[in-house]
Design a binder for this molecule. Structure first.
Ligand SMILES: NC(=O)c1ccc[n+]([C@@H]2O[C@H](COP(=O)([O-])OP(=O)(O)OC[C@H]3O[C@@H](n4cnc5c(N)ncnc54)[C@H](OP(=O)(O)O)[C@@H]3O)[C@@H](O)[C@H]2O)c1
Length: 201
């Protein structure tokens, strides 16, 4: 932080795991870590504001219905499919948020943290078994590394970018398609009762 302004960083999921490790790293570096959305207010002369969303390899098998994301359809009853759908939604959110917010000085990105030893997947026998394989899983601090990099580094100012291990990472076309991203955004607005014209278009 030497010679740099103190940043305001919003972390969700900061009570454990990767989010907690990132919050600790950012607070340790002198940043103000908060839970409220002050993104647009934070974008200014000191630099762009940033949104970093957590993705996963599971996006590849997400059976997301972008027009009815909350529909109680049978395909969401299998938890790993539901998880894949949620991660596909995270990537699509990043794509559409970048289209809408980048002109306002807000840079949304998404990242895959690798396989990380956290509370994640603890109710899955298979995932819990995988965690016992030596060297397969990373520490929460290692998992948070790309998040912290995306939140702070000038090289990481790539609106709509998807990253892993501080490098560009490939996602499936279904998770990066601009039309699907737009439709999911519209469906999300409908789901929470906001008009279709809410926010920047
Ligand atoms: N660990 C991995 O191998 C791995 C791999 C790929 C992607 N990821 C992703 O990394 C992210 C962080 O997970 P983690 O591994 O750090 O797991 P974690 O240790 O279980 O942490 C999850 C965090 O999310 C919060 N959270 C869960 N449900 C929430 C909800 N409905 N609303 C608000 N906050 C909620 C939890 O808060 P509470 O304590 O209040 O529940 C906790 O702070 C997740 O998006 C996960 O999908 C993890």
């Amino acid at each position: 932080m030497t010679g740099m302004a103190r940043r305001t960083v919003v972390v969700t999921g900061g009570s454990s795991g990767i989010g907690l490790a990132a919050a600790v790293a950012l607070a340790g570096a002198g940043d103000e870590v908060v839970l409220l959305d002050r993104l647009r207010a934070a974008a200014g002369p000191a630099g762009p504001a940033r949104i970093v969303t957590t993705g996963s390899l599971a996006e590849a098998w997400g059976p997301l219905d972008v027009d009815r994301p909350a529909a109680p359809v049978a395909r969401y009853r299998v938890r790993w499919l539901a998880y894949g759908a949620s991660k596909q939604a995270n990537l699509l959110f990043t794509v559409e948020a970048a289209r809408r917010f980048a002109p306002l000085g807000v840079v949304p990105t998404c990242f895959f943290p690798g396989l990380v030893q956290t509370r994640f997947g603890r109710s899955s026998p298979l995932f819990s078994l995988a965690k016992t394989i030596p060297l397969l899983f990373r520490t929460p601090e290692q998992g948070a590394d790309t998040l912290v990099w995306l939140a702070t580094d000038d090289e990481a100012l790539v609106p709509g970018g998807y990253f892993a291990f501080r490098a560009p990472f490939a996602a499936t076309p279904r998770s990066t398609d601009p039309d699907r991203a737009r439709r999911l955004w519209s469906a999300s607005l409908r789901a929470v009762g906001l008009p279709a014209v809410s926010g920047p278009q």
